[in-house]
Design a protein around this ligand. Structure first.
Ligand SMILES: NC(=O)c1ccc[n+]([C@@H]2O[C@H](COP(=O)([O-])OP(=O)(O)OC[C@H]3O[C@@H](n4cnc5c(N)ncnc54)[C@H](O)[C@@H]3O)[C@@H](O)[C@H]2O)c1
Length: 305
């Protein structure tokens, strides 16, 4: 018995990079996989059926079950068709891995409308649209059977969004939105038996090659820390029953390191039983902001003691 025998999974953006590694691992563990990929450039231009088909073929050649899907995750109708294809082809849906992504980096003051729209569309809408149709499928199934469905969504956030990387206003805003969407959908779907978590991966793919240069390449004899395959075991764990009870969480993952990340939370507080005035806020400010807390927060916060 493999861990995903009898399960059906959709992996978006599975034609290359991290998503490809997820699809191969889930299939090798027995899942029937819908390999979604639009096949465009790293900036989201164009389309090509080859990447998704190649991964689906790689799985079936090894004796696994897979089918390619070429819909754009940012298309509402495409997302609906993607979920329907999983159900029609393999008889159900148990796991949705939202992973598809593109980059169009620019400083905010130079960014144009198309750069903003394309990135927010693929990431934020491209996570929500498949999740929305999967969620309505699972909710209907749970109502019909009167039992929780035991399904999982794993989203793909990014440290860029959680810590706010300069030069990526479009991407970071979308990724922070994905982290928030993860918590919202975890709350909404809990009663139907759907767990929703997210990862913030770091790996060597075409999206990072240009900026990371040689830094992400393993030195001779060293463990290949930035291989995309390192991300997939964590995703498969989150998508499996082994992670029972874990929902609404964001986990950073790279080879050799996983971290549980937490978002906005109260840090300091001032209170009064009268309406705030500019002066009373000013008087409270010193207890709200220590001198060291007044500037832009650090990009990579330290592990809390
Ligand atoms: N590589 C990293 O270090 C890193 C860091 C943080 C987050 N991420 C995220 O991981 C995910 C995977 O990225 P990757 O690094 O493997 O990049 P990648 O370019 O190798 O893979 C992304 C895949 O998504 C597909 N895709 C793009 N737009 C699509 C659309 N509209 N519909 C369907 N498929 C589409 C692409 O064709 C591509 O095959 C992305 O969400 C990315 O933002 C990656």
């Amino acid at each position: 018995m493999s861990r995903f025998d009898g399960k059906v999974a959709i992996v978006t953006g599975a034609g290359r990079g991290i998503g490809r590694a997820h699809a191969l691992l889930l299939a090798s563990e027995g899942a029937a996989v819908v390999v979604n990929d639009l096949g465009g450039s790293s900036g989201g231009e164009g389309a090509d059926a080859t990447p998704a088909q190649q991964v689906a073929d790689e799985i079936t050649t090894k004796g696994g079950r897979a089918i390619a899907n070429h819909d754009s995750v940012s298309s509402w109708a495409g997302a609906e068709a993607l979920v329907r294809q999983a159900v029609d082809t393999f008889g159900g849906l148990d796991v949705l891995i939202n992973n598809a992504g593109i980059l169009r980096d620019k400083m905010s003051f130079n960014m144009d409308e198309a750069e903003w729209d394309a990135v927010v569309d693929v990431h934020l809408k491209g996570h929500f649209a498949p999740s929305r149709f999967a969620a309505s499928y699972w909710r209907a199934k749970s109502k019909e059977t009167g039992a929780p469905v035991n399904a999982k969504i794993v989203n793909t956030a990014s440290e860029s969004g959680l810590y706010g990387n300069a030069g990526q206003a479009n991407y970071a805003a979308a990724k922070a939105g994905i982290a928030s969407l993860t918590v919202v959908m975890a709350r909404e779907l809990e009663r139907s038996g759907v767990r929703v978590n997210a990862i913030a991966p770091v790996a060597r793919t075409r999206l990072t090659e240009a900026v990371a240069g040689d830094f992400m390449n393993a030195k001779e004899g060293e463990f290949d820390r930035f291989a995309p395959e390192n991300i997939s075991a964590v995703v498969a764990w989150l998508a499996s029953d082994l992670s029972e009870g874990v929902t609404g969480q964001v986990v950073k993952v790279t080879g050799g390191q996983v971290q549980l990340l937490r978002g906005w939370r109260p840090v300091t507080e001032a209170s009064d039983d009268k309406p705030w005035t500019i002066d009373s806020i000013n008087a409270a400010a010193s207890s709200l902001f220590a001198k060291s807390d007044r500037g832009v927060p650090p990009f990579m916060p330290e592990l809390e003691p």
